[in-house]
Design a binder for this molecule. Structure first.
Ligand code: 5AD
Ligand code: SF4
Length: 446
């Protein structure tokens, strides 16, 4: 039996693609190993969102180059594969397979070619309306499952490689999404996360023609599914119906990740984001006025070309006004093919770093304040792990906050006894910038 090793970089879409790739390989008679040294086929599922992410794969390829001499086959999958294409063979001649995510449906054929000793196999066409649906996905987490609902992206944000690396938007039929959800529920999954580069532009290609809000509601009605999450949203396509769905369906988690990128309308226009600061703030208003308390998180790019001190201050002001529950901050990174390359007014690296630190510091203080408001409240968590170092169980609230807690009757996992996968009420007793801590009071009268 042939053995393969796979390492994954990048976003949840990539993580889930790898689960599907692993399932496909197992189906083809391969077995998975934990170290590249033990494998005959070594795969890297790559990310090229920022330059640093892209460099990682070339570093790995260099690191294990000597393994190639032992007759091992190297494959580069994902966004760097799609972006660099056959140039990868020149940069790393020991690579035999280069395939982007839009070609994974052809993976079994490509494996056959590799097994036949073909030295150069590629899957690089983006001209597809297919999605990579497979019943064989081998999921890493037994309680929370990713489900792809839409692949690709039709937007043209000036900084972003995704439209070039993942191709045009293709939605799955609602029936196949719901069928997968039911299958997962029957297999014991209670939480699902709907995935897409822009889930809000989901449009059911079958005659019922559901939009994202309708799909969300229906997924939430699946028997056995207690939590539904989704990522990622584009503000332009984020409609009020999504908030109404969250308000009316308990199974939908009250958390929305809505990347804003900048608080300056001028910068947003240069980024080709297709919304203004005011448009974005209107969506925030919907969430603040919702019946349920919706946690809001975001992504921000600092130092986009032409971002002045004034623009940056607008971002900081907006962040303070909104009070995000969490934030990912990125320094702008020049990417191939993107339209922002045409701009000449690039921001020096030190200045990007300074803005990054200023924003990070502000956000840290805001998160401490926000999280402190949870002390004294009881929150339901889905337990997802145990931390041996602290002796705490790790849970996640519907709002996607990490809540670490002690359990008086089960101090640690024991043979055949664990809390992982269960839902429990936990009293929050402490708050930090990135997590909460608390106690579960089973057996105590509160
Ligand atoms: N430079 C820096 N950050 C980027 N992102 C996307 N492209 C770039 C880039 N060229 C960020 C955006 C996006 C997140 C996934 O990565 O904030 O929402
Ligand atoms: Fe990275 Fe974007 Fe590709 Fe995800 S879609 S792996 S974030 S480049």
């Amino acid at each position: 039996m042939k053995k393969f090793y796979i390492e994954t970089f990048g976003c949840q879409m990539n993580a889930h693609d790898s689960e599907k790739v692993v399932g496909t390989l197992l189906q083809q008679g391969y077995s998975q190993v934990a170290e590249p040294e033990q494998a005959e086929l070594i795969l890297y599922n790559t990310c090229s969102i920022r330059d640093k992410a892209e460099q990682k794969v070339f570093y790995r390829l260099q690191q294990f180059k000597r393994e190639a001499g032992k007759g091992k086959v190297f494959g580069v999958l994902g966004c760097v594969a799609q972006q660099e294409g056959e140039a990868i063979f020149e940069r790393a001649p020991h690579v035999s397979l280069v395939a982007g995510s839009a070609s994974y449906t052809k993976l079994p054929e490509m494996l056959v070619q590799l097994e036949a000793g073909n030295r150069r196999v590629t899957g690089l066409s983006l001209d597809t309306d297919e999605t990579f649906d497979t019943p064989f996905a081998r999921r890493d987490n037994p309680h929370r499952a990713y489900i792809t609902i839409i692949e690709g992206c039709d937007k043209a944000c000036a900084y972003c490689v995704v439209p070039f690396t993942r191709g045009p938007e293709r939605s799955r039929t609602s029936e196949s999404v719901l069928q997968e959800t039911r299958t997962l529920a029957n297999a014991g999954y209670t939480e699902v996360q709907l995935l897409g580069q822009n889930v809000n532009s989901y449009r059911d290609p079958s005659p019922v023609g559901w939009d994202f809000a309708q799909l969300l509601r229906k997924t939430g009605e699946t028997e056995g599914i207690r939590r539904v999450r989704f990522t990622t949203s584009h503000p332009r396509d984020f409609v009020k119906g999504i908030i109404d769905a969250i308000d009316e369906s308990e199974a939908l988690c009250n958390h929305v990740h809505l990347p804003v990128q900048s608080g300056s309308t001028k910068v947003l226009a240069r980024m080709q984001r297709l919304y203004s600061r005011d448009d974005y703030m209107r969506r925030i208003e919907w969430m603040k006025n919702a019946r349920r308390e919706i946690a809001i998180t975001t992504d921000i790019i600092v130092g986009f070309p032409g971002e002045t001190e004034e623009d940056f201050n607008e971002t900081v002001k907006m962040v303070e006004e909104i009070g995000y529950d969490a934030m990912f901050i990125f320094k702008y990174s020049k990417r191939p093919n993107t339209s922002a390359l045409q701009y000449e007014d690039h921001i020096p690296e030190e200045e990007k770093t300074r803005r990054f630190m200023v924003l990070q510091e502000r956000q840290r203080a805001l998160q401490i304040r926000r999280n402190s408001a949870y002390v004294g409240r009881t929150e339901q968590v889905h337990v997802e792990g145990f931390n041996r170092a602290t002796g705490q169980w790790i849970g996640r609230t519907s709002q996607n906050k990490m809540l670490n807690f002690h359990h008086p009757l089960l101090l640690a996992p024991e043979e055949g006894r664990t809390l992982i996968g269960s839902y429990l009420d936990v009293l929050v007793t402490r708050a930090g910038p990135n997590s909460l801590a608390g106690e579960h009071f089973t057996g105590y009268v509160q």
